[in-house]
Design a protein around this ligand. Structure first.
Ligand SMILES: [Zn+2]
Length: 271
């Protein structure tokens, strides 16, 4: 599932391509992907201009010139592609928005969605969401406070969108590796210096992954060479049995709180 770096990569790439552009057409082939009748959805979005593209957690928000937002969540298996008709993806497209000769295709949106919301509805939708990990206002101390009172394991809290937004299965493991903490460590047992490392690791991993284009492999447009650049750079995620790039020990794969976790048993010693 795409996480903060993947969605931020989409935000940057789509901002360059659709910000300030008029939506000249729309099509919906799966009613459940949107939040209203397809005809109403199409007539509401066509003729609107996309002012700018924002990201909040794992959501992408296309701000329209009537104050409404198209909120996109890709969930598991969803992706976006921007191209012309000749370049149409060879997969079922659930929602498409036309910008003249080019289209934004929403693909694999079985669980994912594209919802048209008013400003008020958007505020309501995101009110439970935790802060952005890369918000410059977030300090080591306020980061630690987010986890205050939690008794569970670190991995569960990192992927909990109400605690902190945008982190999922992949980056929670990468962050824990960078911080040299095992993902199944209980939160109350984390020491001061570990909180400090965890805060710094969260920022550095998410920044590096965004700069490298995230780990999603499918390109966002023809000639896109950035998207997916981080896939090769993941150090533990999906590397079960392979040698740790830091110490050579085989990366372990196990499960914690019904989620997969990958870690190096030597670089991330059990507490
Ligand atoms: Zn190691």
């Amino acid at each position: 599932m795409p996480e903060l770096p993947e969605m931020e990569t989409y935000r940057i790439m789509l901002s360059e391509r659709i910000a300030g552009k008029l939506i000249t057409g729309a099509a919906v082939t799966r009613d459940k992907t949107i939040n209203m009748e397809p005809d109403a959805f199409i007539s509401d979005v066509v003729g609107r201009t996309v002012w700018f593209v924002e990201r909040r957690g794992k959501h992408l928000l296309l701000h329209l010139d009537d104050g409404r937002r198209l909120v996109i969540h890709l969930m598991l298996g969803g992706s976006l592609y921007y191209g012309d008709e000749e370049d149409r993806p060879d997969r079922t497209v659930q929602v498409e928005l036309s910008f003249g000769s080019h289209k934004l295709f929403g693909i694999g949106l079985r669980l994912g969605y594209v919802h048209l919301l008013s400003a008020k509805e958007a505020v309501e939708r995101f009110k439970e969401l935790g802060p952005e990990p890369l918000d410059p206002r977030l300090t080591a101390a306020s980061f630690r406070k987010l986890f205050q009172g939690k008794r569970g394991v670190l991995k569960s809290a990192l992927v909990d969108q109400q605690t902190i937004a945008g982190i999922g299965n992949c980056y929670s493991d990468e962050i824990c590796f960078t911080a040299s903490i095992r993902p199944n460590t209980r939160i109350p047992s984390l020491r001061d210096e570990e909180w400090e490392r965890l805060f710094r690791a969260t920022q550095s991993v998410l920044r590096d992954a965004t700069a490298a284009g995230g780990y999603m492999e499918s390109p966002t447009f023809l000639g896109d060479t950035l998207t997916g650049g981080y896939n090769e750079r993941c150090r533990v995620y999906d590397r079960g049995g392979q040698p740790c790039l830091q110490c050579g020990t085989a990366i372990e794969q196990s499960e914690v709180a019904s989620k997969k976790m990958f870690y190096c048993p030597s670089c991330q010693p059990e507490q």
